[in-house]
Ligand binder design. Structure first.
Ligand SMILES: Cc1ncc(C[n+]2csc(CCOP(=O)(O)OP(=O)(O)O)c2C)c(N)n1
Length: 614
């Protein structure tokens, strides 16, 4: 039994011995540090530079569960899915060279979406660094621009403090991935280690205090506004500010729209909820933002997929921007009321200030009536199309049926493409941390491994990966991981035999020249699932679909449901790239300004709003 294990097996005499210090290797100190951070789950892939670490992971079996992926990208997405669904830091171990470079897509994905990870990469021995040694890459250089912070550990004596800092950085402020590069000889080297060297774990968030003066100005503006909108994003999920936001929205009758990353932070069935905004957002959300006189933006970063033409975004509105990361404020749009701070704390401060007005909200609800009526009109004018299917399965119908048949507390992960947008539109969620998608980097191949990580962290929940046929083939080998560890994820392939989202853009903006977007030949996903030891089901019939979903979701083990949908369906509404949110295209019958209408031989009449809504 290794020294680290004997240290763990408590007993006061042993503790005393530990306090007098003992000789541990860098790898043993790493394991002690992970246990100190209460890590019980690690994802990774072994190799030469991390042999010592894997030897200690072997000894730590029973205390740390390790899931070995089939590719390092998969391991990082798994840790990411685990982190986003549990709120804990996800941990990854990969080897040097190709192990580290394979991990980069996962690290960049987590970085863009602010997911807290600690990624431990092996490195060649210190004496070989810079010599083009076997499996040497400059991991620090490569990962610098796509992680929150990285460390090259120079000696075993630095490991405990470095790991602690890495966890603290990963989960504090705007969360993100941290890379710790450990040369092989540092992992092997022994040093005197004292248990009391491990200081108590630092709190998960700095809960930075915000400017009370700004809060007070924000409250006045919120009370005075005639057409306010709350625009929320992933920062609300990471700070757990959902309940406070709901209280605020209800207290002041403020309608709420969410980014792709914020879905679930505000209950989608709530009457004040407008749906997602942005490129494939709802008509009423995009109109509300465009017409608002006040936007309270919380935990968002004004991504270009959200704002459309940025000069037009919320042009009539005063903007209050609450964000933990002061660098995000005033970065894309000028903000009149900046509040740097943790979303939960700031919204609490706003609620506190409102409460101090002794319930005298100055007739705010009456003032909002006209605005809420106008929004109701937009909602009625252009609701999301319902996916009626007779001959073929419409993608919208698939999403509606999947949502209807999934348990209320289901966790959905998605890949990237049309299916992701339809899932966002139709699989509306009531709670945070149930919607896991690659929003910022838009990484195809994310859905399946993220689902495996989410399922590992939430064994009691149903986890469903919604993927496209293209993205599924990027990481489908992770089915082997799910089967091996009996992680019973369900995979729903929205199979349109196209790289659908790219085909949609080629149709709409490149005169339908379909360049390299056709499907994957006779790829048989049922056989593929079976080859990995999973179960496969397939349908292309609208009548069969409900039963297939019911059956597939209820089956034990890993199940792949290959659902053949209409091939040429496009995602609407759509704001063409670079257009303002008002220039949404609602459906195929409506030509996109500057582009020929491909679907209708005659130019379709412009859809116009009823006069009271124009
Ligand atoms: C790794 C990666 N490569 C390329 C792209 C560009 N891309 C965005 S969506 C898309 C098509 C996805 O096709 P599929 O997985 O079949 O999903 P669908 O759009 O049909 O739902 C592509 C190629 C990407 N987002 N990620």
């Amino acid at each position: 039994m290794g020294t680290s294990q004997s240290l763990r097996s408590s007993g006061s005499s042993r503790r005393l011995k530990a306090d007098r210090g003992c000789q541990l290797s860098g790898a043993q100190i790493l394991i002690e540090s992970l246990l100190h951070e209460q890590v019980d789950t690690v994802f990774g892939y072994p190799g030469g530079a991390v042999l010592n670490i894997y030897d200690e992971l072997y000894r730590a079996q029973g205390r740390i569960a390790h899931y070995r992926s089939q590719h390092e990208q998969g391991a990082v997405h798994m840790a990411d899915g685990y982190a986003r669904s549990t709120g804990k830091v996800g941990v990854v171990v990969v080897t040097s060279g190709p192990g580290a470079t394979n991990a980069v897509t996962g690290i960049a994905t987590a970085h863009m979406d602010s997911a807290p990870l600690v990624v431990i990469t092996g490195q060649v021995p210190r004496a070989l660094i810079g010599t083009d040694a076997f499996q040497e890459v400059d991991t620090i250089g490569i990962t610098r621009p796509c992680c929150k912070k990285n460390f090259l550990v120079q000696e075993a004596g630095q490991l405990a403090a470095t790991i602690q800092e890495a966890f603290q950085v990963a989960r504090t402020g705007r969360p993100g991935p941290v890379v710790v590069d450990i040369p092989k000889d540092v992992a092997a080297e022994k040093t005197t280690w004292y248990r009391h060297e491990l200081p108590p774990s630092l709190p998960p968030s700095d809960r930075a205090a915000c400017s009370l003066e700004m809060v007070s100005i924000a409250v006045k503006s919120l009370m005075a506004a005639k057409r306010p909108v709350l625009y929320i994003g992933g920062g609300v999920v990471s700070s757990g500010a959902g309940p406070e936001l709901r209280e605020l929205a209800e207290k002041l009758s403020i309608p709420v729209t969410s980014t792709l990353m914020g879905l679930g932070a505000f209950p989608s069935s709530h009457p004040l909820y407008l749906g997602m905004l942005g490129m494939h957002g709802t008509y009423c959300a995009n109109m509300a933002i465009s017409e608002a006189d006040l936007i309270l933006a919380v935990g968002v970063r004004f991504d270009d997929r959200v704002t459309g033409k940025v000069e037009e975004f919320g042009r009539q509105a005063k903007i209050i921007h609450v964000d933990i990361d002061p660098r995000s404020i005033n970065k894309i749009v000028p903000v009149q009321i900046p509040i740097a701070g943790d979303a939960k704390q700031v919204i609490r401060s706003i609620l506190y200030e409102l409460a101090s007005q002794n319930g005298n909200l100055g007739g705010v609800h009456g003032r909002r009536k006209k605005w809420l009526n106008q929004i109701a009109g937009w909602r009625r004018f252009a609701p999301l199309a319902s996916g009626n299917s007779s001959k073929e399965i419409q993608p919208q119908y698939l999403m509606q049926e999947l949502y209807r048949r999934s348990p209320k507390d289901v966790i959905f992960t998605t890949d990237v493409g049309q299916h992701q947008m339809w899932a966002a539109q139709y699989c509306s969620l009531e709670e945070p941390r149930r919607w896991i998608t690659s929003g910022g980097l838009g990484t195809m191949g994310f859905g399946l491994p993220a689902a495996i990580g989410a399922q590992a962290g939430n064994p009691e929940k149903q986890v469903v990966a919604i993927v496209g046929d293209g993205g599924f083939l990027m990481t489908c080998q992770e089915l082997a991981t799910a089967v091996r560890y009996q992680i019973p994820v369900k995979v729903v392939i929205m199979n349109n035999r196209f790289l659908g989202m790219v085909r949609q853009w080629q149709e709409l903006f490149y005169e339908n020249r379909q360049s390299q977007v056709e499907g994957n030949g006779p790829a048989d996903f049922v056989k593929l699932a079976e080859a990995f030891g999973a179960q496969g089901l397939r349908t292309s019939s609208p009548a069969e679909l409900p039963n297939l979903l019911e059956k597939g979701l209820a089956m034990p083990g890993v199940v792949v449901m290959d659902v053949h949908v209409a091939q040429l369906e496009n995602v609407y509404p759509m704001v063409p790239s670079g257009a303002s949110l008002r220039e949404m295209v609602l459906g195929p019958e409506q030509p996109i300004r500057g582009y020929p209408a491909l679907r209708s031989p005659e130019p379709a009449p412009e859809r116009s709003l009823p006069s009271d809504m124009a």
